[in-house]
Ligand binder design. Structure first.
Ligand code: ATP
Ligand code: MG
Length: 441
């Protein structure tokens, strides 16, 4: 097998990267599909380039997660050339080609005219040149084009140089570009998180200046960008910029009280999954004066279009954050683990316990260590943590104690669980029956 080499760290300032070199980062089957697309279009006399995020990622030494092409062929021509196509975005000139289980988006060279609503161009013009097509793109790093067949690398906006300096810079005047499409300001902030770049000064200043345009984008699009930020290793700097530029308040409720920076900073330490932990901290940061409960999660996360399930989980995490007992013992650890199991089920216990341990870390590392050690012991011992794990069930209780009403059974079971959370050894028939008899007296 071909040894894949990472061109990362190589300096491109005086030379363009070679297509061959970059292609080494491509998985073989994808490389074959890309070449097939290039050849097919070339045979029909059309120009074609790999463009956008895929080229940026290759230059940075990483394997792209998706591949976009730009071509001189019209969408109808692309549809005639390829056997398996879907015209998902035909109104934007995009046709999706299916090959080897992957989807490849092929968009006709285009330029855009007028952005009177700050969201989408009034008119799209096809059949323009590659240069026009690159010119309409958002950032210099996203305007690189690569022809794998002809070994041609096109960089008309010093994108390579900006990638090497890790800078996000708009093509043209930032304020103008952000005024055309309010999503671009959010994308700039999102790329800070996903790429670890900094935003060039004029580009940065334009974010605040065009806030009224950003206000026009749909909440769904803001949600998608926020989600991408939250899924990165270190979301803090981007979340902080959204806050600094008062962007959260365009889409959801935020506190008028000064939010504490260190709370948000802690999102970098929390795990990406379960996402509820980062969201709980984000809520704690955005609205420190609201109660840590489910209503707060509804109030803050529903307008942001998070799923019902995630809002529920985030509300739960928010509600347990204050339960950071000063000292932990097996009993209090079992109690909180039981709350987790009751809420998210046994399958998620470990990840939530880890998340909670990380949360405790911020408050006291000693405390966090005690919790983590005890939680591990409890999980390893398979101590009962839920009603289902009790050695007795409702039916058996009714058989032994016909005087207990059906309505009261749930209560009795809960008391049994409280007992075994304290003393797991008592999770057996004899002890539980004795216990029930005692509490019935
Ligand atoms: P990602 O790694 O998130 O996929 P990407 O740069 O590929 O990053 P996409 O949303 O997939 O982002 O868009 C593909 C390309 O289309 C971008 O690289 C950019 O050239 C162009 N583009 C996307 N959105 C915009 C926009 N709002 N304004 C101008 N150009 C855009
Ligand atoms: Mg992309």
């Amino acid at each position: 097998m071909l040894q894949k080499q990472k061109p990362f760290g190589m300096t491109y300032l005086n030379t363009s990267p070679s297509a061959k070199e970059l292609a080494q980062l491509l998985p073989d089957s994808i490389h074959r599909s890309l070449l097939k697309i290039f050849r097919n279009l070339a045979e029909h006399g059309h120009a074609c380039y790999l463009v956008g995020g895929a080229v940026r990622d290759l230059v940075m030494g990483s394997t792209p997660h998706e591949y976009d092409f730009t071509t001189s062929a019209t969408p109808e021509q692309v549809k005639q050339i390829f056997k398996r196509v879907i015209d998902t975005g035909i109104q934007h000139g995009t046709v999706t080609v299916l090959d080897g289980g992957m989807q490849y988006e092929i968009t006709t060279f285009r330029s855009e005219v007028g952005y009177s609503d700050g969201r989408r161009p009034d008119q799209i013009i096809y059949g323009s040149s590659l240069s026009d097509d690159l010119q309409r793109r958002d950032f210099t790093m996203n305007a690189l084009a690569l022809d794998l067949l002809e070994n041609k690398f096109v960089d008309e906006h010093q994108g390579l140089q900006d990638i090497e300096s890790k800078i996000i810079r708009t093509i043209g005047f930032a304020e103008e570009r952000f005024s055309e499409d309010g999503l671009r300001a959010i994308r700039a902030i999102r790329f800070m998180a996903t790429l670890g770049f900094t935003i060039e000064e004029n580009t940065y200043l334009a974010i605040a200046k065009t806030r009224n345009i950003t206000a026009k984008i749909s909440t769904e699009r803001f949600h998608d960008e926020l989600n991408k930020i939250l899924a990165t290793k270190s979301p803090f700097s981007a979340l902080w910029e959204l806050h600094q530029n008062q962007i959260f308040s365009l889409f959801t409720k935020v506190s008028t009280r000064d939010s504490e920076r260190h709370i948000l900073q802690y999102t970098n330490s929390l795990p990406v999954v379960p996402q509820a932990f980062r969201l709980a901290y984000l809520m704690h940061f955005l609205a420190p004066d609201l109660l840590a409960n489910q209503q707060t999660a509804d109030l803050l996360l529903r307008p942001l279009k998070f799923s019902k399930k995630l809002i529920r989980e985030s509300g739960f995490v928010l509600s347990i954050l204050p339960k950071s007992y000063q000292t932990w013992d097996s009993h209090s650890v079992r109690q909180i683990l039981a709350e987790i199991v009751a809420f998210v089920g046994l399958g998620e216990l470990k990840s939530y316990a880890d998340g909670f341990a990380t949360h405790l870390q911020r408050l006291s590392s000693e405390n966090a260590r005690d919790f983590a050690t005890l939680a591990e012991q409890v999980m390893l011992a398979d101590d009962p943590l839920s009603l289902k794990q009790l050695s007795i069930n409702g039916k058996e209780i009714m058989q032994h104690f016909p005087e207990i009403s059906g309505k009261a059974i749930g209560d009795v079971l809960q008391k049994c669980l409280d007992l075994v959370l304290q003393t797991p050894e008592k999770n057996n028939h004899t002890d539980l029956l004795t216990f029930i008899k005692k509490i019935q007296l």
